[in-house]
Design a protein around this ligand. Structure first.
Ligand code: 13P
Ligand code: SF4
Length: 335
């Protein structure tokens, strides 16, 4: 029996009613990332990508935010709504990408590229700890990374971290030479590789491709498109909410989806006629799946786990996060 099965068998049959009643009692809004378990996505007040959820956290009227996602996302909500209580149903839900860079490493990297007292501009993906955000000039997410780097004057050196595949996507799009990229990666997305993608494209040449820029295969997808193996107009590099938007619009019979498999739930929800097939069925983020219905119920009942960020770090990190939410097209979120 898997941990998820155990969790579900312990659930009261009316857990959904209990969650909604407790949320109202606690004056809480429940936010869920697109990679959460389907039951969590369905019960949440809003489901979306990191950028959309950050915006919602900043605007929330409720006094409590229950963040169903991973820890850096809940920390971002706390940074933006410091006077609110932010809960995450399991504080052990981490992120392998956020672990690839710490604040000391970032300070040393900045020193390396500081010339005559002029520091480089640091752009950090939102998948970073609050301490790294405090050392950052502008944060970005997958949906606005290109716009964020494009907003930096061309003569300034840019340090982009920690995701190397997203960094490569930005560099390729903007053709920017004075941009240095940290060699971090997400183990889930790096595992979706070019060979797998090529095999699937060969098996189904008419399919469209939706590819998250964190994927190891993003480079191959663009190569395949350049080489004419897949038509360029059918190869889309998209954030998770960009995929929802594209799924609403597509008329393709079949779409190959390269990202964490939790994404498929929202894609089926908005389009029931297209077949959405994962490029890698094993692309499951074990951290995202640590948030279960039973833990959500316990979180609302007991007020656990509280997310805290030291005030001095939150104050410095807030500027970089606020710059991030001001740039780029608002991401759609589902109610
Ligand atoms: P999005 O910003 O596209 O929601 O992705 C977040 C994430 O953690 C991807 O692994
Ligand atoms: Fe982090 Fe990867 Fe999980 Fe996203 S999928 S939360 S980047 S470990």
């Amino acid at each position: 029996m898997t941990a998820i099965d155990v969790d579900v068998t312990l659930l009261p049959t009316d857990w959904r009613d209990q969650v909604l009643a407790l949320a109202e009692e606690r004056d809480a809004v429940i936010l869920a990332h697109n990679y959460q378990l389907p039951e969590i996505q369905d019960i949440a007040h809003h489901t979306g990508d990191s950028l959309g959820l950050s915006r919602l956290a900043a605007e929330a009227e409720q006094s409590t935010i229950v963040f169903c996602g991973v820890h850096f996302m809940a920390e971002t909500a706390k940074i933006l709504s410091y006077d609110k209580t932010v809960l995450i149903p399991d504080e052990r839900a981490g992120c392998s990408l956020a672990e690839t860079m710490n604040a000391d490493q970032l300070r040393a990297w900045k020193a390396e590229y500081t010339v005559d007292g002029v520091e480089p501009v640091v752009v950090s993906y939102v998948n970073t700890t609050a301490a790294v955000k405090a050392e950052t000039d502008i944060c970005c997410t997958s949906s606005n990374a290109v716009d964020v780097v494009a907003s930096i004057p061309e003569d300034r050196t840019v340090l982009f971290g920690p995701d190397q595949f997203l960094g490569a996507h930005v560099q390729r799009t903007l053709q920017r030479d004075n941009m240095h990229i940290w060699l971090g990666e997400c183990h889930v997305h790096a595992g979706i590789n070019g060979a797998e993608l090529k095999a699937q494209v060969d098996a189904d040449p008419d399919a469209e491709l939706f590819i998250h820029p964190e994927c190891g295969c993003a480079t191959s997808a663009l190569y395949l498109a350049e080489a004419g193996v897949v038509p360029k107009e059918r190869t889309k590099i998209l954030s998770t909410s960009g995929m929802v938007r594209a799924a609403e619009e597509t008329t393709a019979k079949r779409v190959l989806v390269a990202t964490e498999t939790g994404m498929l739930h929202q894609l089926h929800r908005v389009n029931s006629t297209t077949e959405f097939a994962p490029v890698n069925r094993a692309a499951v983020c074990k951290y995202m799946k640590m948030i279960t219905p039973a833990k959500l119920l316990a979180s609302l009942r007991d007020g656990t786990d509280v997310v805290d960020v030291p005030a001095d770090i939150a104050d410095r990190a807030r500027q970089s996060v606020e710059r991030m939410i001001a740039i780029g097209t608002p991401s759609p979120t589902a109610e």
